[in-house]
Design a binder for this molecule. Structure first.
Ligand code: ATP
Length: 300
């Protein structure tokens, strides 16, 4: 488990993180969403023990990562521009990873070679950017880390490889409870693999959600009554948004589907529809006036 408690970080007079608190369960995939400069990379580097926070505490498996060598052998960070030694082949770099990570599996490295389809004898710096990114995944997954932190990892991978990498991540989470933190600008890139997301804006965590709960507990209802809207109707619902569209009332409500339906039907509506919301709609309604935040993570 990763616990981030009241983290603050300044770079000279710029405050990059403000009072960030979140926890990431073992065996889960956590999406850290935010626009450029929001503070995602800074937070990932603090979790990895690469930067030291000014205030607050990070606990990985109840231990602080900064200068903790044994803990770092179980953690891998893939930065947005992976770094490799110049002139090293994939095989030579694999040897280096093997010396760093005690959990390294040669068998896994060979098996994954078939997925990535890159010759281990190739010099990494002669590969394309997307292929170098594949090498970063190939080596990292062969090292079988307990914690894998990814800084905008999907960018630069083609659609087929993107899906392959997502499947590999999900497989390691399911098989050996690896914990993944993945940063992105774009909710759509990661919504299919994350079970939790946090939205970070100007260094502060604005919203943190369990995606399964979120998808099942927020609904859009369209309802019309024979006459005026009964006064008790809206006051009896937990509404995030209400709009009159002619005689039809559109409401975004929180609550269990059966309970919302049973409640609405008491008023004998002439029209009643309950529809699921897209994740995008949920964030728009939940974040209300903070339009830029929503727009920035929904870019197409
Ligand atoms: N080493 C550094 N020195 C000074 N300022 C920094 C440093 N690293 C980050 N910052 C500043 O901290 C803020 C947060 O940067 P960070 O890289 O964490 O954002 P990000 O959310 O990862 O952005 P992006 O999506 O553009 O990569 C930015 O204003 C950035 O300029």
């Amino acid at each position: 488990m990763i616990k981030v408690e009241n983290i603050e970080k300044h770079f000279e007079d710029h405050q990059a993180l403000r009072q960030v608190t979140l926890s990431i369960q073992k065996g889960s995939i956590y999406g850290l969403l935010g626009s450029n400069g929001a503070g995602k990379t800074t937070l990932l580097k603090i979790i990895m023990g690469i930067y030291r926070q000014d205030k607050g505490r990070i606990l990985i498996h109840e231990e602080e990562p900064f200068e903790h060598v044994a803990l770092k052998q179980k953690m891998i960070f893939i930065p947005d521009q992976p770094y490799f030694f110049s002139h090293y082949t994939v095989k030579q770099m694999a040897g280096y990873y093997q010396s760093l990570y005690p959990n390294w599996s040669e068998e896994r490295f060979e098996k994954l070679g078939k997925v990535f389809n890159i010759s281990p004898n190739k010099k990494i710096q002669r590969l394309s950017k997307g292929m170098q990114r594949q090498v970063a995944f190939w080596l990292s997954l062969s090292a079988k880390p307990d914690y894998l932190l990814l800084d905008e990892p999907i960018d630069g991978l083609d659609a087929v490889m993107r899906q392959k990498v997502k499947n590999l991540l999900i497989q390691d989470v399911a098989d050996r409870e690896m914990t993944v933190v993945i940063s992105s600008h774009n909710l759509r890139e990661i919504e299919d693999i994350c079970d939790h997301v946090g939205i970070i804006h100007q260094g502060a965590l604005m919203l943190e959600k369990d995606l399964d709960d979120l998808k099942s507990d927020v609904h859009k209802i369209q309802i019309a009554f024979k006459q005026e809207t009964p006064p008790d109707f809206l006051s009896g619902l937990d509404t995030l948004f209400v709009e009159e569209r002619g005689s039809v009332l559109l409401c975004i409500v929180r609550g269990k589907e059966e309970e919302v339906t049973a409640f609405a039907k008491q008023f004998q509506p002439v029209i009643f529809d309950l529809l699921p919301l897209t994740l995008e709609e949920i964030f728009i309604y939940e974040l209300g006036g903070t339009g830029y935040v929503v727009e920035s993570i929904m870019d197409k």
